[in-house]
Design a protein around this ligand. Sequence first.
Ligand code: SF4
Length: 511
Amino acid sequence: MFRDVSFHRDRISVFTDAQRRLSEGEITEKEFKGISGGFGSYNERGGRTGMIRLRMCGGHMDRDKLDFIIDVAERYSIPLIHTTTCETVQLHRLTPEQIATVMTEALDHGINTQGGGGDHPRNVSATSLSGVDPGEYFDVYPYAKATEAMLLDIMTEFRLPRKLKVTFSSSPSNETHATFRDMGFVARPDGLFDVWIAGGLGKGPSMGFRVAEAVEPSHVLYHVRAMMEVFSENGDFGNRGHARTRHMKEDLGEARLSELYNGRVAELESRGGLDLHSEPVAFPEKAYMEVSGERIRPQKQKGLYYVTYRPVAGEVELEVLKRIRDAIRDMEGVELRISPDSAIHVVNLSGEEALLVESVTGGGAATPFEASVSCIGGTVCTTGVRDSNGLLKRMISAVRDSGIPADALPRFRISGCPSSCGAHQVGVVGLQGGVRTVDGVPVPVFNMTVNGCGLQGTERFGFPVGAIPEDRVPDMVVFLGRTVADSGMGFDEWFTLNRDRMTEVLADHLV
Ligand code: SF4
């Protein structure tokens, strides 16, 4: 129905030409960024290296893609592999030549990088355990996959004012934040979708609104195409700071935007040609063996399990990837799934296989707190204001040294700047890098919010507590953990009683 991603190969010369023009001083860094982002690559802080973002629709990574990532990581001695909150894999600290080569070679493995940044439809995400989660309504991945294929095919036809994030959610856990993205397909118990649009995090975050109800899954592509057209025709091209879909909602109002959107869907449906006839995904059948383990969970398919590995701060250890590759080499139907909280699930394992995979994936986050989410942060990202990733590592180290019990602290969500790649607004505790002027002196801080929630039906952004100087954050976290532990309660119970007085509790740590 749509072209294979390999047609993007011809466009790579645009990227390499921009690299040449930058190195010869014909274009500025800013102009280069405007081009390179469209190829999923950005220069990193320091200017000599860059990153490349590998699209992984729905977080799915099969063995061939895993082999490719390991191969390039070894060949180019890539020191940093990061799993992102948009279910992609970022390779960091590459030379310009390596970036262009990886971009080209990736296409041979069905991995596209184009549209991974810039004003394009981004990686289409989906609930990472879709298809295997016992609590889901239905498997949304086939629709995410078809959407990704269509968007990659048509993206060069459209000029969008800014990026467009499309996501699919298979259960109310709302792992992909479908109710507050640019466009979210939310599965219902009756096998249909509700569609939410015009939400987003970043500066001026906004919840989405339900623009269509009870949509037949076979009609998903009409909706996606309609959204592309409406955004392209009504978004604000004159002001990048006011160009996301949530701003289109502010400018037009929900009622008018809904009218435009649903009118366009109806037009496209009357023309036809985008009906989906997805085949259900087949899962392997394996002999039943009951097993349990700290990181082993049963799938909805009897006899199958998944194992979760949570890389600390989203930094994936190459050695762990290699051990996974070796362990699953001869296992039928096994694949990896990257989740929006930067975890990696290995799915479709028999009981015996699950025990083996669990044994080779140790060394990741050991508590909910250690599984805190952070973006790559300002030591790498040129947009970043603070080093969110380094901060999380310092927080974990301080907490490990303090001996605080595992249930005394929650999972934090940390962003290095207001762009909100760590989705701090929906963290029980969120931290966002910034600067606060104190007595006329700029102080590097993290702004803290609490009581955010991403669950469908109780979505809310956290409320502000105050700003904490960056170098005091690890102490604040230890103080918070000790305070909770001394109360004899776990964090959840303690927080229920104390959430409205967090500014008071943490007063000595705030500026
Ligand atoms: S939140 Fe800011 S620092 Fe973090 S990855 Fe996004 S743009 Fe970079």
